[in-house]
Design a protein around this ligand. Structure first.
Ligand code: NAD
Ligand code: ZN
Length: 352
């Protein structure tokens, strides 16, 4: 089979590989729709995972089951499925401790295009199909369904980690697809004021659709000053970090009130340390919590998010600005994600 792969740091290309082999609990899936992620860009062009050779990229897909192992009970060939970016080993101690994202190691629930080939191949392997796949309802179009696998689960996790309360005031730093979903998740959890920090008009428009009450443009100067002015110097109850560089942690700590929560789902790609501003952190005594997490995956999570889409609590269509048809366009879509033209939020490739 062929697949679009990371050949080495900074280089992508099409390669041929053997079809994956499945074990008794696994499934072989062929993609029906895929979307490149900003994380694929970090992986290839920033070497975020270190060097990888001929590793097929991609971890956002919906697909059709081609084959299942003899112990798979609830899925069969021909079923259409939502495939989470995170597919944990459910038989692990970390799962018993409540953190499936880290099953068998730090961040190790993330397997596609990390520890094994990703979903940009003609076929891909899914471990523990009964625990990691979810049936795709007919009502949800493929373009929307593929947004559930990573963007929705990640942005919503930002809102969960932030523990948004009814009426909480929230700042979301970064309003790409993840930040937009953090806004949507915050609104669903009952946030009051939601300030989106971003600049591109396409993202600003979508942020307002998803529930942002105010927009602050980080290109217009210090966001701490801008948001403190907006809030009469009080700051906010919660900050969700979903974009920007390492400086955003310090900004978030300045912005959050004593007793507030800073929630991070962004990838911090440079330097050895993140800096905590000592005074804004109350010299360590401000009761300002910092939380960060990898998005939840697995079947139950997907089923719950699917219901939010199926019963129209969230519309994922505004996230998808570019749709391509045909396998060969995956490379174009990936490079689009790297170049981030002004009108892009997320591209999706439909596979015939
Ligand atoms: P994105 O690049 O589409 O969105 C990030 C946005 O932040 C961009 O629009 C960018 O212009 C903007 N930005 C840049 N500097 C900024 C600043 N100083 N302040 C505010 N905004 C700024 O990416 P995305 O797909 O929305 O993903 C966001 C991040 O989440 C990425 O780093 C991605 O790797 C990461 N991610 C994490 C998980 C997880 O499980 N935790 C999952 C998926 C993606
Ligand atoms: Zn991703």
């Amino acid at each position: 089979m062929k697949g679009l792969a990371m050949l080495r740091i900074n280089e992508v290309g099409w390669i041929n590989k053997e079809k994956p082999v499945i074990n008794s609990y696994d499934a072989l899936v062929r993609p029906l729709a895929v979307s490149p992620c900003t994380s694929d860009i970090h992986t290839v062009f920033e070497g975020a995972l270190g060097d990888r050779h001929d590793m097929i990229l991609g971890h956002e897909a919906v697909g059709e089951i081609v084959e299942v192992g003899s112990d798979v009970k609830e899925f069969k060939p021909g079923d259409k499925v939502v495939v989470p970016a995170i597919t944990p080993d459910w038989r692990s101690l970390e799962v018993q401790a409540g953190f499936h994202q880290h099953s068998n190691g730090l961040l190790a629930g993330w397997k596609f295009s990390n520890f094994k080939d990703g979903v940009f191949g003609e076929y891909f392997h899914v471990n523990d199909a009964d625990m990691n796949l979810a049936h795709l309802p007919d009502e949800i179009p493929l373009e929307s369904a593929v947004m559930i696998t990573d963007m929705m689960t990640t942005g919503f996790h930002g809102a969960e980690l932030a523990d948004i309360q009814l009426g909480s005031s929230v700042v979301v730093i970064g309003i790409g697809a993840v930040g937009l979903m953090a806004i949507a998740g915050s609104k669903l959890r009952g946030a009051g004021r939601i300030v989106g920090v971003g600049s591109r008009p396409v993202c600003v428009d979508a942020a307002k659709v998803y529930g942002a009450t105010d927009i602050v443009n980080y290109r217009n100067g210090d966001i701490v000053k801008q948001i403190m002015d907006l809030t009469q110097g009080k700051g906010v109850d919660r900050v969700i970090m979903a974009g920007g560089g390492t400086e955003t942690l310090g900004q978030a700590i300045h912005l959050v009130k004593p007793g507030g929560i800073v929630s991070n789902v962004n990838y911090h790609g440079t330097g050895d340390f993140l800096e905590v501003p000592r005074l804004a952190w109350g010299c360590g005594m401000a009761h300002k919590q910092i939380r960060g997490g990898l998005c939840p995956g697995g079947r139950l999570r997907m089923e719950m998010l699917i219901d939010l889409v199926k019963y129209r609590r969230v519309d994922l269509k505004p996230l998808v600005t570019h749709v391509f048809n045909g396998y060969n366009n995956i490379e174009k879509a990936l490079l689009l994600m790297k170049d981030k033209p002004k009108d892009l939020i997320k591209p999706v490739v439909l596979i015939d």
